[in-house]
Write a protein that binds this ligand. Sequence first.
Ligand SMILES: [Zn+2]
Ligand SMILES: [Zn+2]
Length: 254
Amino acid sequence: MEIHFLGTGSAYPGAKRDNTSLCLTGVSSQILIDVSGNPCLKLKQINIDLGNLDAVILTHFHIDHIYGLPSLLWGMWLENRKKPLTIYCDYRNETKLNHWLDTMEADQWAIKFPIIIKTFNGNIKENLFTKGDFKISCFPALHSVPTIGLEFMYHNKRIIYSGDSEINSHIQAYSHIDILIHEATFARKNVPNHASLRQITDFYDLDTIKNVYLVHLSDNEPYEEELNRLGMRHKIKIAEDMEHISVKNNILQG
Ligand SMILES: [Zn+2]
Ligand SMILES: [Zn+2]
């Protein structure tokens, strides 16, 4: 299984990072987690066929996590996709999503693939998707609007994703995490609805977490200095756009 960082930036406009989204690819499934800038370009760069992507999971309805959706659907239509596409969203956002699709007049593009909207209740832990080598479930995250974190199980590996959220006791409760992908909008500051690198190292027991990858990063934050101060470079990595993790060996490859 590969985890591709399609974007690693926070909502603050950045010069080097697109807004945070991930693509998971396994033997049997390809899942996009949130949709930021130019998704078709990025999926092509990682050799994902727009006709084959299985699903999109929207963690929450802040613009930096959803604005690429029209472009994704438009590209899929132009490439004559036939396979159904499932979009997962919180039940509280279903009406907004349908209004948005209506505003785009997606039903008039002669799209030949069904768009299936599946809702979840982001207030509780819920299984979203099981197929072959993937099992994905969601759990409540702490943010200013309904937001989920995600647990990916791949064979016996547990990957936890919290892409835009405060530090979270749900994550703290895990006895073992192979890879934690966590937002760090700031390096040191404590700000409501978000996390900092310092909070991650203060709050979570890093002895129970093999590797941490930081996403939702802001320009000009002193991440490097903080990592040096903490002496945590062996465990905590700053993710970069278009890098990926191979879960088999947990090696980050550019
Ligand atoms: Zn965000
Ligand atoms: Zn947000």
